[in-house]
Design a protein around this ligand. Structure first.
Ligand code: ADP
Ligand code: GLC
Length: 510
């Protein structure tokens, strides 16, 4: 879809504006924050010049250092023309990791406490459409003739999830506003197709979209304005976060209604597996855990297990297989199956530690389970970054029974901690875990346990296989050591993104 204009010869490296609604440690609701923190430095190491663009939540404005305004106040952002609104300003600073980050400081849109998407009542903020249209508008502004930062023009605008879906739509539909000396390439990454950003048709003009674009070959989606749909339609290239999910989202079962469009864009869609930031997720250097350890000497892991059992009030039994969950508690994570299978696991002598928050029914279910089996089940409802590390280190088995999982990061973290993942074979879980079938155990390639269909019988059978293997310590240790030496670092994925950027960036002439 690219109407590539030539870009003057410029010896500088690939300039990428990485537009994301979350970035660890500033603001995090899930894996996108981890990706946004680790991928830009990996791209910079691969020769790119990446800058972030983030919404100006209080935690972002407070967390960036050396903040300076860039250019004049922004006067035409969607959603900022309310009476009494403070003017919006673009600023630039540095993340705690030293990456340069622009921040859209628009108090009318982002100066609110708590969760970035939900109000205190647990419901979406009523102006989420304007809040993220403004972020996309701001990103598109970098391409305009009077570019938002005249000293830095990106070659590529790379947006993440529905919150940034309008970026390529603005470039395409508003040349009056965003045409510039050259048109940057556009990439949209789908981290989870289930979240689509669907808003009322009546918002078209408030969002700065021409009414003619309200059609199936445009931003219209099931009678409304679809932000992710727009991204999928107008972006030069699309990526998602694992090869298997790239196939799955072209099917009715996983495509959430976008499968038809994605199938027509199959040539433009790539699955690039996420990586792990081993500066943060490595038991050899992790400051949060009771004792440090590595693949060569797993001794410290026993201490971590004892620490975890004590923290969760579980029986201090070194020989009890301890399974763990660290997750958002939502339907697609499949944790209702864990609730159902738990009694059987406990009957086999297993223990369970759960950290998560989300849907009230699942929270209540896990609380109830812990009351029922106080010595075998421990549950923390909430969000606790440090505890999530201690769980990774202290557990034997890490459960990710997702109904769908675009990539999933926690199972890759678990591998590094020698905590064998038990996963459903879907999305990135299928791509990262090798099932301990007899052949794979014998040839040493197994790293965890998989089950195929999302039902309690299959989960229970996988738990049974795990419990049986746990009783063969030599085989279990061999599998742990193999799991710990798998390399899911960001280097490879960063190279794949670089190749994609080269394919969409404006052509260099001169
Ligand atoms: P998703 O993005 O779908 O939630 P991922 O596996 O990609 O799934 O990423 C989840 C991230 O959020 C991981 O870093 C995980 O450790 C973290 N996480 C999830 N729930 C919690 C929690 N309750 N407390 C601390 N960290 C959590
Ligand atoms: C989404 C997905 C998860 C993925 C993460 C980072 O939240 O649900 O599977 O790992 O994004 O890409």
């Amino acid at each position: 879809m690219s109407k590539t204009k030539k870009k003057p010869k410029d010896p500088a490296s690939m300039r990428v504006l990485f537009v994301t609604p979350e970035c660890y440690p500033l603001v995090k609701t899930g894996g996108l924050a981890d990706v946004s923190a680790a991928l830009p430095p990996a791209l910079n190491r691969a020769g790119a010049e990446v800058r972030l663009l983030l919404p100006g939540y209080p935690a972002v404005l407070n967390g960036l250092s050396d903040l300076q305004p860039v250019g004049k106040p922004l006067t035409d952002l969607p959603g900022t023309d309310r009476p009494g609104s403070a003017p919006a300003t673009l600023r630039i600073g540095r993340t705690p990791d030293g990456v340069l980050a622009y921040v859209l400081d628009a108090p009318a849109l982002y100066d609110r406490p708590g969760n970035p998407y939900l109000g205190p009542d647990g419901k979406d903020w009523p102006d989420n459409a304007e809040r993220f249209a403004a972020l996309s508008w701001c990103a598109a502004g970098f391409a305009a003739e009077d570019g938002l930062d005249p000293w830095w023009r990106p070659d590529v605008l790379h947006g993440h999830d529905w919150q940034t879906g309008l970026i390529p739509a603005y470039l395409e539909l508003r040349p009056d506003r965003f045409a510039g000396p050259f048109r940057p390439g556009t990439v949209t990454t789908i981290h989870n197709i289930a979240y689509q950003g669907l808003f009322g048709a009546w918002m078209m003009s408030d969002l700065g979209l021409p009414s003619a674009a309200f059609r199936i070959d445009g931003v219209e989606y099931y009678g409304g304005v679809g932000f992710l749909k727009a991204g999928c339609f107008y972006s030069d290239r699309l990526t998602t976060v694992s090869p298997t999910y790239a196939h799955e989202i072209q099917t009715a079962e996983h495509g959430s209604g976008l499968e038809g469009l994605l199938a027509t864009r199959a040539e433009a869609l790539t699955g690039i597996l996420n990586g792990v930031d081993y500066d943060i997720w490595d038991p050899a250097i992790d400051p949060h855990i009771a004792a440090r350890y590595g693949a060569a000497d797993l001794g410290g892991k026993d201490l971590c297990k004892a620490d975890l059992q004590a923290t969760f009030g579980l029986d201090r039994r070194a020989d009890a297989p301890l399974a763990a969950v660290v997750s958002r508690l939502t339907g697609h994570k499949g944790l209702d199956l864990v609730l159902e299978a738990a009694s059987q696991w406990i009957a086999w002598g297993g223990q369970l530690a759960v950290l998560g928050n989300g849907e009230p029914a699942l929270e209540a279910g896990f609380r109830h389970l812990a009351t029922w089996y106080p010595k075998s089940v421990g549950v923390r409802i909430g969000y606790d970054e440090a505890l999530s590390h201690r769980i990774q280190a202290g557990a034997d088995l890490f459960l990710v029974p997702s109904r769908s999982e675009p990539c999933g990061l926690t199972q890759m973290y678990a591998l590094k901690y020698g905590t064998l993942p038990l996963v459903r074979r879907t999305g990135g879980l299928a791509d990262t875990i090798v099932d301990a079938n007899p052949a794979a155990v014998n040839d040493g390639s197994a790293t965890g346990f998989q089950f195929v269909n999302a039902n309690v019988q299959e989960l229970t059978w996988a738990l049974r296989r795990a419990a049986a293997l746990y009783r063969k310590p030599e085989r279990w240790h061999a599998m742990q050591q193999h799991a710990m030496t798998r390399d899911f670092g960001w280097h490879g994925p960063a190279e794949e993104y670089m190749e994609l950027y080269r394919a969409v960036a404006p052509v260099v002439v001169g």
